[in-house]
Write a protein that binds this ligand. Structure first.
Ligand code: FEO
Length: 132
């Protein structure tokens, strides 16, 4: 249960790539905490760090898109917002201690983040590359 970074996911925008790699590492930390059967509290703590850092990354990415006049900012922002809302709902379920739900959340988080990084986030490369 771990994501291996693939260089084809790089945007070649240094700050973004650093943040994306950190996100992948945090998802892997979450997977590891679940795999070794860490307590509900530890899993919750790791999930909280991941969610907080995801929000930090989204804010930074949106600021860059805004700064450089990315035409699909509003749409991208909406995708971020929907993800944060969904994860917040999930987080409440994890706090209830349901392990099956926790694994479903891990799968959702890891699939969503990888697909977003190699999909939606690749679209702004022509606008931001060489500027950040
Ligand atoms: Fe890198 Fe749109 O999140």
């Amino acid at each position: 249960m771990a994501i291996t970074w693939n260089d084809s996911w790089n945007t070649k925008i240094t700050v973004i790539d650093q943040q994306h790699r950190k996100l992948v590492n945090l998802v892997n930390d979450l997977g590891e905490a679940m795999r070794v059967g860490k307590s509900k509290e530890v899993v919750n703590d790791v999930l909280t760090v991941l969610v907080d850092y995801t929000k930090t990354h989204f804010r930074a990415e949106e600021a860059l898109m805004r700064q450089h006049g990315y035409s699909e900012l509003a749409e991208h922002q909406k995708i971020h917002e929907e993800f944060v809302n969904k994860v917040s709902e999930f987080k409440l379920k994890v706090e209830s201690g349901n392990t099956v739900v926790s694994i479903a959340i891990y799968n959702f988080l890891s699939d969503w983040l990888v697909n977003h990084i190699k999909g939606e986030d690749q679209k702004y490369i022509p606008i931001l590359q060489g500027k950040a």
